[in-house]
Design a protein around this ligand. Sequence first.
Ligand SMILES: [Zn+2]
Length: 199
Amino acid sequence: MIKNSTSDIEDLISLMAKLPGLGPRSARRAVLHLIRKRALLLTPLADVMSEVAATARECLNCGNVGTSEICPICTDEVRGNGELCVVEDVADLWAMERSGVFKGRYHVLGGTLSALDAVGPEDLRIPRLVDRVATEGISEVILALNATIDGQTTAHYIADQLQGQVKLTSLAQGVPIGGELDYLDDGTISAALNARKEI
Ligand SMILES: [Zn+2]
């Protein structure tokens, strides 16, 4: 194979290969596909990418990613119902939004506390969270953190910080829809048993 490492196409392939889920091989296939679908895909993609590169930013209030200083969820009066859902990452916020069930606002921490990686409360949006609870008329904080050790450590830390100031809840953990007991790990089964409800 003749390889010209300085060509624009090679540059594109090596940049694409840095995307999560793509390696050099799938990046190469994706780029070839884009070139073949130039009008349908490549040109619109290039346009929207340069637009997003120029405008994307974090919401100053909640940490959501958008194109304005304050994101649409924070400015929507209807969503100011007093419920605040705390998530680790913007991807978690998007997952909650896809479900369409939650009608309140969010607070994106930007990670979890981690002794190993030296991530402390000041590195996350925890001080801002405490501030929001005190000033935004929040009635309930829902801790929707991942069921990992760091996620749960972070949830406990936040619960300590907010204890007595606001109603604190966390997502029930349990059997996923379509999940078979036989395939679940012991932690999931015991969490599901502890969160059982009367039928
Ligand atoms: Zn926001």
